[in-house]
Design a protein around this ligand. Sequence first.
Ligand SMILES: Nc1ncnc2c1ncn2[C@@H]1O[C@H](COP(=O)(O)OP(=O)(O)O)[C@@H](O)[C@H]1O
Ligand SMILES: [Mg+2]
Length: 256
Amino acid sequence: MSEKETILEIKHLKKNYDDLNVLKDVSLDIKTGEVVVIVGPSGCGKSTLLKCINGLENIQGGDISLKGEIISNQKKNMHLVRQKIGMVFQSYDLFPHMTILHNILLGPLKAQDREKKEVIKEAEKLLKRIGLFDKKDAYPRQLSGGQKQRVAIVRALCMHPEIMLFDEVTAALDPEMVREVLDVMLELAKEGSTMVIVTHEMQFARAIADRVVFLDEGEIVEESNSETFFTNPKTERARKFLNVFEFDTVKGVKDR
Ligand SMILES: Nc1ncnc2c1ncn2[C@@H]1O[C@H](COP(=O)(O)OP(=O)(O)O)[C@@H](O)[C@H]1O
Ligand SMILES: [Mg+2]
């Protein structure tokens, strides 16, 4: 594989909430087209890391750059940076009083000042792709959780971000809706989107990740390609973490 350029560079990132050191010394490079999955126990700092990347949090040490430009702790132009970094959260935060189409159009029209006709065309194309074109004039409350989450992904995509961040986007969904959302993400990965994904869906993580980053207590404990991480983790902590999921799988099978 050819050496790709680094798009996002995190160097010695430290993040505190008062006395709590949430991220201790995190360094991580993401290359163009790469899919990096971050896994780790609850409370280890995964969401905080994504929020720092997206400029939603100030940091107390180190820096973060996007395409060579420092974006951490910048007050000026942060709205422009955020347009380059798409983020989808666990709770699909669509505006309830706006139709699906208007939810998608809002960013490109208001923040990016793009031409309405062109954006509508793109939004409709994206909706067709995720099989929700017929819902374009519906309101969020008329959609299922899985449908709303697919719209949230498309809404982020319509801003043409350089990189997409996903924070446990399926965690609040009923099991039968998880698949349809994960499939959209798998398709994006296949198309070469650069993605940083936090997930507890280990099968999915294994399938989609070029690289897995295991975060524990605010530190990167292990970083490997997907196959190595899931079949032969290097550290005891990663092994323990993965065991919990294996145990769950076995229990699930037995229960049936
Ligand atoms: N806004 C906040 N203020 C204070 N503490 C926070 C805040 N957000 C997160 N934390 C704490 O930081 C730690 C990491 O949280 P988080 O990044 O949400 O973990 P994860 O996403 O891995 O479950 C936790 O101990 C959490 O309680
Ligand atoms: Mg989290």
